[in-house]
Design a protein around this ligand. Sequence first.
Ligand SMILES: [Zn+2]
Length: 123
Amino acid sequence: MNATELTTVELDNLKESLLFQKASILNKSHEFKAEQSSVTAHGDEAEIASQDASNNISIHLHERDRVALYSIERALGKIAEGTYGQCESCGEIIGARRLQARPFTALCIECMEEQESHSNIYQ
Ligand SMILES: [Zn+2]
């Protein structure tokens, strides 16, 4: 595979886009929290219920958002370490174009396809 490495500018752009995505997921969960507490805040009983709810809501992100958030954190960690853009499975360079399409991917296309074909077997 003829993967091109990211330039510094491309890496900076991706980092910014990761930070933006992270912020928008966190904002979304914050809005959700506010919505929930305004719905349930009537009377003492509701008050207690809403407190329970807000305790739970911090872990109430949609599964997809939680996974995305985790991947974003990992990608940002790798940018900090200088290992961003390397496939976690085979260590090959993932390639600028693929990273730009999916900034928090951890696998190159080959490994991703391999993993998908395995998970299909066990489904
Ligand atoms: Zn790979």
